[in-house]
Design a protein around this ligand. Structure first.
Ligand code: TYD
Ligand code: MG
Length: 460
């Protein structure tokens, strides 16, 4: 019957259709439908999805009878990584790690395997990208490998799952999901249907055998994990390893976590012996900054549960051409344009006719509005050639009428600034109200509140 029917998939969301469509009806993206030839009929797929042995035991349970034992967790040997995962790896969970090529995904995961194997766990590292020899060479840079860590070079997932069911390792690594193929789908490795089918299979393996599965995924040009977007929906945790290729910092960021907080970040440094944890990222992020330089301002962000100091740099220059150039790296260029318009209108800093460049030092990406004030101060500083004193930190959201608005977790940010020996903290005046005098008295730091950007710029 429907055995040879051609199906079309949306590359973004996994929507299926029997015929090609210009626009995906589900996610409204254009030109994302791709052909997935030779799909097995849905009837066959249904039976294989439902193959779970435990199926007939599943009965509805009343809420009051559900046991809420803590999920079983174990350490990855990296405290930064444990925190990003929400307190360690969870037994039977499935974690997807994405990142640009060459950023260090395989290195980080291999080191994690080594740590877990040294802790006495059985670990199976499956590579579809590198040969045993290549892995051995990489391992040589990291350190000696314990016997409980085994390596398998294989791309056929059905065989991998059979091996895993025999070996019953605690942890299995799939490097990478785009190289794997399984019998349920005839399409090429890395294609949406193949990736989806393989992940489904790994999901079953994780849940049935209680094996923790780490999947490595390639990312597309746009920076999301390649394959259908629904891959991110299927797994429990999604991590991204980011960083600038030529800088040695790597940031492990959590964007989805069924077992913990999202937006948590872990800091690593790529060295000649693999990844090293950076335990005090704030100090690292602002080390090497030019002291008393106009256009350099320190701000404090909160990412996940931890405050982090960052250096915001700006450069403004009279434009030689009619249309000034504005670029921003590490932050949203549109946001910078809005802030420049607000400055023009409400603070008497006339940036029209000036090129402006904004950069967040250290290769970190900033999305929090709390750094608005620091961007404004950096731009104004560069424009006026006046520097903010090097021991001053500022943060606050800037509104369209030039007002400085409240931000969350003010106390934590001030504490972090005090820890790094900053002397003055410029914060939104509205946030002063929520602060206890006693709380601030503890730290040797001078806290000043500003209500609009004009006041803030006077501190330059
Ligand atoms: P890799 O883990 O292979 O990246 P991915 O799996 O994300 O594609 O990392 C490759 C890069 O890391 C390569 O440029 C070499 C570098 N590297 C080090 O700097 N130190 C090391 O100890 C190792 C193993 C790799
Ligand atoms: Mg790799």
């Amino acid at each position: 019957m429907a055995g040879n029917k051609t199906l079309f998939f949306c590359k973004e969301c996994g929507y299926e259709s029997a015929k090609w469509l210009g626009q995906c009806p589900s996610c409204k993206q254009w030109n994302t439908m791709t052909e997935a030839p030779g799909q097995k009929s849905r009837a066959i797929q249904k039976t294989s999805y439902g193959r779970s042995a435990a199926r007939s035991d599943n009965k509805p349970v009343s809420f009051s009878k559900i046991e809420t034992d803590e999920e079983e967790r174990f350490s990855t040997g990296f405290s930064e990584m444990n925190r990003v995962l929400g307190g360690g790896a969870v037994k039977g969970s499935i974690v997807l790690t994405g990142g640009d090529p060459g950023i260090g995904k395989s290195t980080l995961v291999l080191q994690m395997c080594r740590n877990m194997a040294l802790d006495g766990r059985q670990v199976l590292y499956v590579s579809g990208e590198e040969s045993l020899r290549q892995i051995k060479i990489r391992a040589g840079r990291i350190g000696s490998m314990p016997d409980s860590l085994s390596v398998l070079c294989e791309t056929y997932l059905d065989d991998i799952c059979d091996t895993a069911r025999e070996l019953k390792p605690h942890v299995i690594i799939i490097d990478s999901i785009q190289t794997m193929s399984c019998a349920l789908s005839d399409s090429a490795p890395g294609s949406p249907s193949q990736v989806k089918e393989c992940t489904m299979m790994l999901l079953r393996l994780a849940k049935e055998e209680g094996i923790t599965v780490f999947i490595i995924g390639h990312v597309t040009k746009e920076g999301v994990v390649a394959g259908p977007r629904m891959l991110e929906h299927m797994v429990d945790t999604v991590l991204y390893l980011e960083g600038e290729k030529n800088a040695s910092y790597r940031i492990l960021r959590c964007v989805k976590n069924r077992f913990g907080a999202t937006d948590e970040m872990g800091f690593f440094e790529m060295t000649s012996e693999g990844m090293k944890e950076v335990s005090n990222p704030s100090a690292h992020m602002i080390s090497g900054r030019a002291k008393d330089a106009p256009g350099s301002v320190i701000s404090c962000l909160v990412e996940g549960t931890r405050p982090i100091m960052v250096e915001i740099q700006a450069l403004t220059m009279r434009s030689d051409f009619g249309i000034p150039r504005r670029t921003a790296s590490g932050t949203d260029p549109n946001r910078v344009n809005i802030l420049m318009a607000v400055m023009e209108k409400h603070s008497g800093v006339h940036l029209a006719g000036y090129d402006a460049y904004v950069n967040i030092a250290g290769g970190i990406r900033v999305t929090e509005p709390a750094c608005d004030l620091a961007i404004v101060m950096a731009l104004a500083g560069s424009f006026k050639s006046r520097e903010l004193s090097e021991d001053t930190v500022c943060f606050g959201e800037v509104g369209l009428s030039g007002e400085v608005r409240a931000v969350t977790r003010v106390k934590d940010r001030i504490a972090e600034a005090a820890k790094l020996k900053f002397k003055t903290c410029i914060i939104p005046r509205v946030s002063m109200v929520s602060l206890d005098k006693k709380d601030i008295g503890k730290y040797e730091i001078n806290v000043v509140g500003v209500s609009d950007i004009r006041q803030a710029i006077e501190y330059l």
